[in-house]
Design a protein around this ligand. Structure first.
Ligand SMILES: [Zn+2]
Length: 60
């Protein structure tokens, strides 16, 4: 069940995001933007996920 293992590790990484990688895709770029999530915590969002963050009503 490799798919299940991958899913679990993905969930774990989402629950414990690095503050240096994108909140959504976990990529690291040097053009990160800071948003606040629904818990008012600062999260980094890469340019590719900014649109998604906007849709989720994250604020700058
Ligand atoms: Zn991203």
């Amino acid at each position: 069940m490799k798919v299940l293992t991958d899913l679990i590790s993905k969930i774990k990484s989402v629950q414990k995001p690095s503050n240096k990688s994108c909140h959504f895709c976990l990529r690291k770029t040097n053009d990160m933007r800071t948003y606040k999530n629904e818990r008012n915590l600062k999260v980094k969002v890469c340019p590719l996920c900014v649109e998604y963050a906007e849709r989720r009503a994250f604020r700058k």
